[in-house]
Design a protein around this ligand. Structure first.
Ligand SMILES: [Zn+2]
Length: 279
């Protein structure tokens, strides 16, 4: 390493540690391994290693790009509530709809059931516009993903979906054919500005998909009349009315589920890893 490189490493805002060593304990760090340098992001939701540029460290152990997530599956009762909401939005507005998934960050994720949050949204046909207002989420809850419908199409991640999701850490699911008897899913995880596509099933389904009772307020938050443009933190007053007051029947426990994404397909197309470091 020459003096210039040494100086650059000194400027790195993250600790630089050896892979799988006792130095490797930081939530955000540059991890160096035999086969290169990785940006490590470890938090309650996931632990990811994303390879930086091709800079090799032959004296170290070899690491693989990986992500392990503790996000639980969406249980069946939650799923049919989501699907009922999507059907009712379609009946009223002939459009897609979006629903957000929240978890209690004070508890382990694996044995939790998602709390659903319907953001105020403006829908029209194949588009949903909404903006997440972090300040209105109860202190113990955090965003953990989203589900949206493609009522008349298959399940995929559109370009718009990609831009909505890329910087939104969590699981993102498109339910295609959401009006049909056999909805289909497209599931991806977005962690640290990287999209991880997976074939893994993140929804517990059964053959029967009955319509169920859903909170009336959910539908009140969907509008197709106005062009709503939200600026961060500018939700209308009265928006804080969600989540914790759902009837208990929506809050059954879900079995412990640990998801290991292995093998993973990392699709870095259009993703960016923002690490202010140049080796
Ligand atoms: Zn979509």
């Amino acid at each position: 390493m020459d003096i210039k490189q040494a100086e650059e490493i000194k400027k790195c805002p993250f600790p630089i540690v050896r892979f799988n060593s006792n130095e490797d304990v930081h939530p955000l760090s540059i991890v160096v391994a035999k086969n290169g340098a990785f940006f490590k992001n470890k938090n309650q939701m996931y632990e990811s290693l994303v390879k930086l540029e091709d800079k090799r460290f032959p004296f170290l152990l070899e690491a693989k790009e990986s992500v392990i997530t503790s996000l639980p599956k969406i249980d069946y009762n939650t799923y049919i509530s989501i699907l009922t909401f999507f059907k009712k939005v379609y009946q009223e507005h002939k459009s897609e709809a979006n629903i957000l998934l929240l978890l209690d960050k004070t508890l382990p994720f694996e044995n939790q059931r998602y709390t659903l949050l319907v953001p105020k949204q403006d829908v029209s046909g194949t588009s949903v516009e909404y903006k997440i207002d972090n300040s209105s989420i109860p202190e113990n809850l955090m965003l953990a993903g989203s589900v949206h419908s493609h009522p008349e199409f298959g399940a995929f991640q559109s370009g718009t979906d990609h831009s909505d999701e890329i910087s939104f850490d969590g699981v993102h699911i498109t339910i295609g054919g959401s009006l049909s008897k056999n909805p289909v899913f497209h599931t991806r995880f977005c962690f640290g500005n990287v999209v991880y596509k997976t074939e893994r099933d993140m929804i517990e389904t059964r053959e029967e998909i009955p319509e169920v009772e859903i909170p009336k307020e959910w539908l009140d938050r969907v509008s197709s009349k106005s062009k709503i443009v939200y600026v961060h933190g500018s939700y209308p007053q009265g928006y804080h009315n969600y989540g914790s007051n759902y009837p208990n029947k929506y809050l059954e426990t879900v079995s412990i589920y640990k998801l290991l994404l292995d093998p993973i397909t990392v699709n870095k197309k259009d993703s960016k890893i923002i690490v202010p470091l140049h080796f």
